[in-house]
Every structure is written in structure tokens, then in C-alpha cells.
Design a protein around this ligand. Sequence first.
Ligand SMILES: [Zn+2]
Length: 427
Amino acid sequence: MNRGSGDGPGNGYGDGARGSEGSEGREVGGGREGREGREGGGGEVGGGREGRGGVNLPALRGHNEALLLDLLRGAGPTGLGRAELATRTGLTPQAVSKITARLGAEGLLAEAGRAASTGGKPRTLLRLAPQARHAVGVHLDRDELRAVRVDLAGTVLAATGGPLDFAAGPAEAVEAVVRVVARVADPAGPPLLGVGVAAPGPLDHRTGVMGRVTGFPGWEGFPLREVLRGRLGLPVLLDKDTNAGAAGAGAGVGPGAAGAVTGRGGFQAGLPGAGASGAAPRTSVYLHVGTGLGAGLRLGGRVYRGTRSAAGEFGHQVLLLDGPPCRCGARGCAEVLCLAAVARGDLPEAARILGEGAANLVALLDVDDVLLGGRVVAAAPEAFVSGVRAVLTARALTPDPPTVSLTPRGVAEGAAELALSPFFDHT
Ligand SMILES: [Zn+2]
């Protein structure tokens, strides 16, 4: 670190940076247009460099902004230099300067200090200003409701919850969601990007319409996302609770946690630059044991839903032919077997059943990390973690079985993560 030494106009946020030399962590105020901002609209068109997926077209400016924001979020408070941002995105240094000036003017970036650079002036490190925007996540469960407000880093700033009778139907649930969102919101705080709502499946993630939730016929066809959008006046995302769990688990890296960047790069899958930051994005599965058994899949860093939002029906894989009938109509499903073991208090057996189901998934998908969550797991975490790990180790087909751990974040936190995701260009 060599803070406070001579600094040229190119080392901060364009021209405006001269006034902030040595001011570590200082917010960049509004109206500080970088000099690059006065260049023509084609200034972001680069010279064919390929990085992590930066797109050098003016029309895709929003995409590039999200890409930089995502990298800076992953870097945490340590921040990144602009040269590094250019390398990782494949954008030109000029484009990075323009974009960071713009983001700084919106209050989304702050300086994280200076770092020595090889043979030159110290470089200014930029970091995300997490408090610049907030989002809300809601977990609509079958018998309770939980809501959190988070900042851009995913840190929980407020939480509330209470009982909910899902069987009472959509109208009552909508009122309950409106109430908890009002309770966690901060009218004097920064703008809310939106509300992520996690609900029991099946549901259609794309249309925001509820499906035929077993045992709750009154919900089928209810356009929950649109109704809530109208009531809340905010963007709303609706997803299955298990997908929210997967989103939360995958983003379960605190500010500055190592590996955050590589773990979040998967949304660029299919572009040649994917993975330019180094290691490949990891594949993780989130296994939820609550009133049902489900999975959220995060393949190569990206939540995988399937074309009908029907992926992750982990609980309805048949483990015992001609076994006990399951609520889905089949027999011997993992869910009916596991929940029966839980009901009779045989947690080692419940964990073993969960582990066998997980081992099938691991063998199919080459999984790096298995994360466990849900209230049944939360009540006896060690029994489930060690039980699942034992089965995965015994059935491992590769020398290094996946890691098994408790999810670091709940479903409501994951729902908030989904609400943040468009901001960082995740889907
Ligand atoms: Zn079943």
C-alpha cells in the first residue's frame, strides 16, 4: 500500500479522482463525470480482447456495468484495480474507466485504497458500495413467513417473520407478504431493487404463476408475482424455495471471502471468456428438508431451473421399488422414506436416505459442494451433515467426494439474492 502519494488523473474516477487522493473508502458523489464519459458512444468498443464475457458494444452498456459490479462484489472490501477489471472482463481500459466513472457517479462504487503496481504509480482500488441499494427476500413457507432486507453484498440488515397459513389461500398470503415487506423496509434508506419471493413448487419462474402445490389446490394458477408487483410497486421475482436456497447457498460468501469471484462467474456460460478469472465455477446442490424434500441445483455457478421450472424434484426419486406410497402418486420416493424416518425419530436413517439420494445426484452431475438446509436439518445439523457425508464417501466414484456442509444462508436470504441478481446480471 502506498496511499496518498502522487496520483494522476487516470488513477481514480476520471477527472474527479484528483480531489479524493488518499481518501480510503470514500464514497464517490454524484455528478463526477469521468473524462472518458465525454468520448463518443463507441468508446467501449474494444480491440477484440477476450475476457470473462465483457461485450464491447454500446448497446450492451448495462450488461458491462453489471459485469463490473459483479466482479467488484466478489472482490469484497479489498476491491480491484481498473486494469484487473479490464483483464477479467475483456473490456478496454478506456471502457472500464467510463463505466466506473458512471457507476461512481451513481454512488455504487467507492475507493478501497491503493495498491502498489509493478514499476509504476500506485493503482487505485475500487470496491462496491454495498449500502447504495437494498433488496428484500421473502420465504413463503407452508406454515410460516420470513422476510429479510439485505444490502448489495447480501448482508442482512433487517429480518422479521411469523406464522402463515398457506392453506388459507393466496389472498391472505398476499396481505401477509405486503405486511412483512413493509416491516423490513426502510423508507429513509436507499432504493429497493426489488423483492424476491420463494414459495413451494411447482410454480413457473418465468410467468410468476403458481402451480398445483400438493395439498393446497387453492393456489393453482394464481399469478403471485404480478399481484405482488401491483401491491408493492416494486419488481418482484418468484422462484421455488429450493432455488432460492441454492441461490443463497452459492452466494454465501461474505464480503471479501476468497473464491467469491470464481464461484459467481457461471452466468457467462457459453461465452468464450467464461472462467477467465481463473478457476471454473463450481457446481453445487442445495438439499432442503422441511415439510418436503427438494433440491436446488447450481450448475457451473448458475441456478438451473429447467424449461418448466420443474428441475430439482429431488424428493421424488424412487429409492425403494414398491415402497410406501408418496404424495406424488409414486411409491418409495426419497421424500416419503426420509420424512417417515424423521417422524419416528430415527435421524441417522433419515440422514442415510438423504445421503443415498444425494449420492445419485452427485454421480449424475459431478457435484463439487452439497449444502444442507431446511428446518429438519437445522434441528439436528450434525446428524445430517455427518450422515450424508458418510454415504457420499462410501459411494464416491471419484477420488475426491464433494464437500458437505450446512448452507450458510436461509431461503429468505436466497430470495433476496434472487432480487439482487439482475443488478449483477445473474439469472
Ligand atoms: Zn414422491
